[in-house]
Design a protein around this ligand. Structure first.
Ligand code: NAG
Ligand code: NAG
Ligand code: NAG
Ligand code: NAG
Ligand code: NAG
Ligand code: NAG
Ligand code: NAG
Length: 297
């Protein structure tokens, strides 16, 4: 149904032979690995996927209809055989919540790493990922997007998230009620569990953006690391207080919020999209153990 939409991407990307694998090693104990080896799209529809094969996606779609495997240079901590994955959204990206209520406000598709009761759910863990924009499937920054986040084990809230676009007034910081609507829509924003915007960044190029979040479930802190391209990660914040209780699940994908909305989830405006019309490319997704202060750079 959507094969024709693959063509522009493949025509515009460099040939495979021009691609060098990234050499950077992971130095800390690996807890969960989303860097699927030599994946085909159909792998993501099966239990062999490192991600949940059923959630979170449009009710009528399979992962092989949602994902793309763009043949581009892998990010840091990744390699050709653990290649990049693009997550797309379109008109059909409506999630049926609780098996009965369609979330009309959202267009969403997220790969989920971890099941809420695995080894990433205690102690001190570092969540790694890289992202890259796709000019062929541009995001519309008049909307608020969540692009990576960690949802608490009881599904009550997100302990942190990476957001882009215009923030909705509903998502103002809980402790101050000062709106973040006026923040530049082009800023990538990291939010803590109280919706405080704890770090922002506007990249100067369209290359890989590499993130790591150290989530300390014992002392209840977050610390952000970042680099661009092939550069080594550096700490861009100190460890900051955050309620990480219950830990939970790592979401990697696109959740586009509506405009002109009251409830955010159930109502509001979403523009029509071509099939796989918007997308974001992900790579180097893994969780490591940072109990002894180890963070792969
Ligand atoms: C995986 O992909 C790499 C890079 O294309 C290739 O060298 C390797 O032979 C593949 N491995 C398998 C098991 O297919
Ligand atoms: C899902 O498929 C059903 C049955 O074909 C259709 O009625 C419904 O509109 C579809 N929903 C979406 C969101 O694509
Ligand atoms: C979650 O994953 C862990 C590790 O793979 C496994 O031991 C556990 O049984 C899983 N729990 C559920 C509820 O599926
Ligand atoms: C971006 O989204 C806004 C709000 O939904 C819409 O009015 C506008 O047409 C969209 N722009 C593009 C370029 O798609
Ligand atoms: C923020 O607004 C909400 C809803 O209006 C209110 O319940 C809450 O007490 C306010 N918080 C602060 C810190 O003002
Ligand atoms: C956690 O807090 C304790 C007590 O304040 C401190 O001794 C310890 O160094 C902290 N651990 C980390 C990893 O920051
Ligand atoms: C997307 O939905 C709009 C109506 O909401 C429709 O006009 C458009 O044809 C749809 N596009 C595709 C590719 O299905």
């Amino acid at each position: 149904m959507q094969l024709s939409s693959l063509l522009p991407l493949f025509l515009l990307t460099p040939s495979i032979s021009a691609i060098r694998p990234s050499p950077n090693p992971i130095n800390c104990p690996l807890v969960l690995d989303g860097r699927i080896r030599n994946a085909s799209l159909s792998t993501f529809d099966t239990p062999s996927s490192p991600f949940d094969s059923k959630y979170v996606k449009g009710l009528n779609l399979t992962w092989s209809q949602i994902l793309l495997l763009p043949p581009i240079k892998p990010s840091r901590f990744s390699s050709l055989s653990h290649g990049p994955i693009e997550v797309t959204i379109d008109n059909h990206s409506l999630f049926l919540s609780g098996g009965k209520n369609l979330q009309h406000g959202f267009r969403r598709a997220e790969l989920i790493l971890g099941n809420g009761s695995d080894a990433s759910n205690s102690g001190i863990k570092t969540f790694h990922w890289s992202v890259k924009l796709d000019a062929q499937r541009a995001l519309n920054l008049s909307h608020e997007y969540m692009l990576v986040w960690h949802e608490s084990g009881d599904y009550s809230h997100n302990q942190w998230s990476l957001n882009l676009g215009v923030m909705l007034s509903q998502d103002r910081p809980l402790d101050t009620n000062i709106s973040t609507v006026d923040l530049d829509k082009k800023l990538w924003k990291v939010l803590d569990g109280r919706n405080n915007v704890i770090w922002t960044h506007e990249p100067s190029s369209r290359g890989w953006m590499n993130f790591a979040v150290v989530m300390d479930g014992v002392n209840n802190t977050l610390q952000i690391f970042y680099s661009s391209g092939d550069d080594e990660l550096v700490a861009v914040t100190e460890p900051m207080k955050n309620d990480n209780s219950g830990m939970g699940q790592f979401h990697i994908g696109v959740l586009k919020k509506p405009t002109e909305t009251e409830s955010v989830v159930w109502d509001g405006y979403q523009e029509p999209l071509e099939d796989r019309g918007e997308g974001l490319v992900y790579s180097g997704v893994f969780v490591e153990d940072s109990e002894d202060g180890c963070v792969s750079r």
